[in-house]
Design a protein around this ligand. Sequence first.
Ligand code: PDD
Length: 287
Amino acid sequence: MSRIVYVNGRYLPYGEAAVHVEDRGYQFSDGVYEVFAIHNARMVYEDPHLDRLERSLGELRMAPPMPRTALKVVLRETIRRNRSQHGLLYLQVTRGVAPRNHAFPEATESSLVVMAQHTPPYDMETVNRGLAVITIPDIRWKRPDIKSLSLLPNVLGKQQAVEAGAFEAWQVDDGGMVTEGTHSNAWIVSEGGELITRDAGKAILDGIIRRALLDMARSEGIRFKERAFSVEEAMAAKEAFLTSSSSFIKPVIRIDGRDIGGGKTGPLTQKLIGLYAEHLETLGPLS
Ligand code: PDD
């Protein structure tokens, strides 16, 4: 089936979907994005993603491309036209097209691109298998809380992970504390059995799955703390895992070549995977 991409007001075949060479996203990374999980043709946590999009746009003083209600129509229509059942929906907004000049253009409309990507539905055997991460210095700018298009350190970090035979790279700040992965949030279960993930300050992206899991932990009475943890603490952790809209919840069973939790998926990680999977099955119909 051919893919359809929304570009600035038009639904185009994938091969014809293009933006102008002077789009500021292309020249300056002057834009923001969101990645939604699609499960059974439904967007997972649609409004929280749109809230975060509006926040990112606001932080960069960029105009929303259209009102939220209209944007929701475009998102649904992109899913429908692609007959997406499982996968991801990628949304990108840039400051638009203008002659190249670092300063904001006086009058230009934001550009909007929305595209769907098919992936197989999650399968518990693969999810539970667990994977390896490496640690790398966090060399990003000081605002990773904004979901900016500018992802060069993330790209380089992920490539380093792949070349090391790992799935993800956990970035470490100058104080030796883990911030997050290059495309996911980082979690551990401490020796004392407490769930820990970095607090949502400016050092990390406040992941939508991260927030959802904290809510689940709260309602299940699971003890958790939002705080920084060091690489040493992660190495000594009982369990570790990562979360993102594209990665689901993935157990981390090796950090820099060292086994975590005996190299097996831990019980709390398993419980959270189960809770998240249950949530996905309860999503309402696409309105
Ligand atoms: N990545 N941290 C970073 C740096 C990310 O890029 C992401 C998401 C997350 C998790 O956020 P969420 O739970 O909202 O997906 C954390 C997306 C999926 C991506 O760039 O593909």
